[in-house]
Ligand binder design. Structure first.
Ligand SMILES: C[S@@+](CC[C@H](N)C(=O)[O-])C[C@H]1O[C@@H](n2cnc3c(N)ncnc32)[C@H](O)[C@@H]1O
Length: 398
């Protein structure tokens, strides 16, 4: 689909959004020209999402929630955060520690987790949030200020990973998919890197970008050779993504986890399904006002760009960081094991039960979020089997 065809199926940009998008396109063009006319997709995505003052997560659009561009599990229902809190409770009971949430979005999940842990009388000593978006951190502060004092006083915002290392739980819902990724494409069995160059634009005013291939080199070539060799041959023109930032990210989190669990929840697949020959256009998706599409070069700075998570890569990174892969399950299996049905059944009245049942179906059904979203537990020095992973098969990660 051409850029103009994609634009025609999306809601039009407001004049303010157009100005914002153009300012970011100008910034990216400057960087691209300074780099000799070609940028890796990873650098493009980093600028599109995080360029200071202009990137999607650095600037002020609504982003999450029904009035924003996309809805995450904690925004669908508090049932998600309540189940997650039960998993946290199990780890906190053993570690007597704290919670660190990465990328806390609107703050709703933090509010739900703390409220549920108060009910279970297992509040963490502190609930720390590490958020790269100043705009979302502001939103989190406003949301969490509404919590009862005993809960809100436990919440702190960090500028970087905590020192000294922590005991307890690290939570990251839909953060790994927001890490900038590289793209590649295959021709005659040879892998090329898919980067970004300037495209000719119909008017001198407009700045457009396009895919631009070059021979895969260095770490990308090495990563593709290692991960694709055991898999079936990929068809001509096959295009996909690989997130080379996952391993250093997991290693940095492993460094700060002295004892406890890192719980990742995100959409993604084990590698053999991620790089299945039929998934020939990859997993890169953009979200703008509740519509999903595949063109990262439109609506710059006002749309989200994500790629699914290769959970086998996460597991390899965890092992290299000395963490144990203690759990991997679909979101549906994870939430059912943590008692989501009981939470719906315990609703105060029929009307609430009907509402919660509808929300639970969205979280659980395979055609909604139940199958494509996964939960993974990476642990250190924790022997207890984790309740959320009662039904799982770690062999699928191989
Ligand atoms: C898709 S949103 C998910 C928000 C929230 N966790 C939820 O589920 O509603 C991605 C979040 O990750 C944050 N983020 C991206 N990269 C990050 C990083 N390296 N460390 C911490 N937060 C990050 C973004 O600012 C944003 O809050």
């Amino acid at each position: 689909m051409t850029a103009s065809a994609v634009r025609s199926m999306l809601p039009p940009l407001s004049p303010a959004e157009q100005r914002h998008s153009r300012a970011l396109a100008t910034r990216i063009r400057e960087q691209l020209l300074a780099a000799g006319g070609w940028l890796s997709f990873e650098r493009f995505m980093e600028l599109a999402l995080y360029a200071p003052g202009l990137g999607y997560y650095s600037a002020g659009s609504a982003k999450l929630g029904s009035g924003g561009d996309f809805v995450t599990a904690p925004e669908v229902s508090d049932l998600f955060g309540r189940c997650l809190a039960r998993q946290c409770a199990q780890v906190l009971a053993v570690t007597n520690g704290e919670i660190l949430e990465l990328g806390a979005g609107t703050g709703r999940m933090a509010a739900t987790v703390l409220t549920e842990l108060a009910v279970q009388e297992l509040l963490p000593q502190r609930y720390a949030i590490l958020e790269v978006s100043a705009d979302l951190a502001d939103r989190q502060r406003r949301r969490l200020a509404r919590l009862p004092r005993e809960l809100r006083e436990r919440v702190v915002w960090l500028e970087g990973l905590p020192e000294p290392a922590l005991r307890g739980v690290i939570l990251a819902n839909e953060v790994a998919d927001a890490l900038p990724c590289r793209r590649f494409t295959c021709h005659d069995g040879v892998v090329s890197e898919l980067g970004v160059a300037l495209a000719s634009a119909p008017t001198g005013e407009e700045i457009r970008f396009r895919n631009a291939e070059r021979a895969a080199q260095g770490d990308l070539a090495g990563a593709c050779a290692a991960m694709l060799a055991p898999l079936p041959v990929l068809p001509e023109g096959y295009t996909s993504e690989v997130c080379l930032r996952l391993a250093p990210w997991i290693a940095s989190l492993g460094d700060v986890l002295e004892r406890g669990a890192l719980l990742l929840t995100d959409y993604g697949l084990p590698r053999r399904h991620y790089y299945h020959p039929q998934r020939e256009r990859g997993t890169l998706r953009c979200h703008f006002k509740q519509r999903a599409h595949e063109d990262p070069y439109v609506n710059l700075g006002v749309q989200d760009i994500t790629a699914w998570v290769d959970f086998s890569r996460v597991a390899e990174a965890a092992s290299a960081a000395g963490l144990t892969v203690s759990g991997f399950a679909t979101q549906a299996a994870f939430l059912l094991a943590l008692g989501i049905e009981g939470l719906v059944g315990a609703a105060a009245d029929g009307a609430q039960r009907t509402r919660l049942a509808g929300e639970a179906l969205r979280l659980l059904l395979p055609e909604e979020m139940g199958e494509s979203f996964k939960a993974m537990a990476l642990t250190r020095d924790l022997d207890t089997p984790l309740a959320g992973f009662a039904v799982q098969d770690l062999r699928q990660l191989l």
